[in-house]
Design a protein around this ligand. Structure first.
Ligand code: LMR
Length: 334
């Protein structure tokens, strides 16, 4: 009887310590939510980050990637991050206005970045860093800038000159700079969540939109847009962000490994972004439903004339000082 109860006590102890072990080893979960398809620069880099993070932390961290607005749409995902329902996002820089960080909308200014090198001079330098710091009081830590690319415009009619936009309902992201941009072309901007764009184009709720080709192609927008103009009038990129409390609460070694995983995933993302967009534009052409038009020099000049005043017009919103700093940084690499 005595032996039996000793055995039982030992078994109980073993069970408890096994449970404790399992608890101690339960992985830290990072839910990474985003709104685009997996087969995009952002989608592929999120997967790459997951692989690297899990490998570098030797399984102490598990990253769950939720693409295509599966968990949350644009506005909700930022709220979910702040509440800690998800830990990581990579919203486009055009989507931080509703959070009260209007400065990121400087990235939406027409023609502000003549080249990718000019863009990197901003994102990888002190300007990029100080912009990320503006997220801290919102309970958010910025980890990296990810690339997409320069935008094209689309509609069901040819868009060669600014006058072609007159009266068109154009979908935009929730950025006041993009609102001003569309108005400068004589269009009526309409802010919609990314997940709603295809249907809005299909049903005529909006007539047209803008995005880099990779987003257009992977959402099948080209199937409901007869004309695409390669205008390169503006840029779309991302800030990879985490819930600050979650990030600060990680064991220091794990945080370091995740920083390394993010640095490597970022390098990868930048290497594939342009190529993905070139391939997507080619795929749109091949699908045969959309005419792709390249602006000639006179048309380009007319677009610039219509859109450049937006930089001045929006100076109060994003900060003239910031615009000056960006211009100075980009001038050095032109
Ligand atoms: C959009 O809403 O058009 C883009 O921000 C989507 C994305 O994340 O690339």
């Amino acid at each position: 009887m005595k032996i039996k109860s000793v055995v039982a006590a030992l078994a109980l102890f073993a069970g408890a310590s096994f449970a404790l072990d399992a608890f101690a080893q339960a992985p830290i979960i990072i839910k990474f939510s985003h709104v685009v398809a997996t087969d995009t620069p952002k989608g592929r880099a999120a997967e790459r980050f997951k692989d690297l993070a899990e490998k570098m932390t030797k399984g102490r961290v598990k990253v769950e990637v939720y693409p295509n607005s599966q968990l949350y749409k644009d506005k909700e995902e930022l709220e979910a991050l702040q509440l800690g329902a998800v830990q990581m996002l990579a919203p486009s820089l055009a989507k931080f206005g509703p959070l009260g960080v209007k400065e990121f909308e400087a990235f939406d200014l027409p023609y502000i970045f003549p080249t990718k090198a000019a863009l990197y001079a901003v994102t990888e330098g002190p300007i990029g860093k100080s912009l990320m710091q503006k997220l801290e009081p919102k309970g958010i830590t910025g980890l990296a800038y990810w690339d997409n690319g320069f935008k094209v415009m689309s509609a069901n009619k040819p868009l060669h000159m600014p006058a072609d936009f007159r009266g068109l309902k154009m979908r935009i992201q929730s950025s006041k700079v993009l609102d001003a941009q569309m108005r400068a072309l004589g269009a009526n901007p309409q802010a919609l969540a990314f997940s709603e764009v295809y249907q809005a184009l299909q049903t005529g709720v909006v007539d047209g939109t803008e995005n880099p080709p990779s987003n257009m192609y992977t959402q099948k927008m080209h199937e409901v847009q007869k004309h695409v103009t390669v205008s390169n009038h503006g840029y779309l990129g991302y800030a990879v962000i985490v819930n600050k409390k979650f990030w600060d609460g990680l064991p220091a070694d794990v945080r370091g490994q995740l920083q390394q995983a993010m640095a490597d995933a970022t390098k990868y993302e930048k290497a594939i972004a342009q190529q993905d967009n070139d391939m997507a534009l080619e795929a749109i052409r091949k699908a045969g439903k959309t005419t792709i038009y390249n602006l000639n020099p006179q048309e380009q000049a007319a677009w610039r004339k219509a859109l450049l005043p937006v930089q001045k017009q929006m100076a109060d919103r994003v900060g003239q000082d910031l615009i000056n700093q960006i211009n100075k940084a980009t001038a050095s690499v032109q």
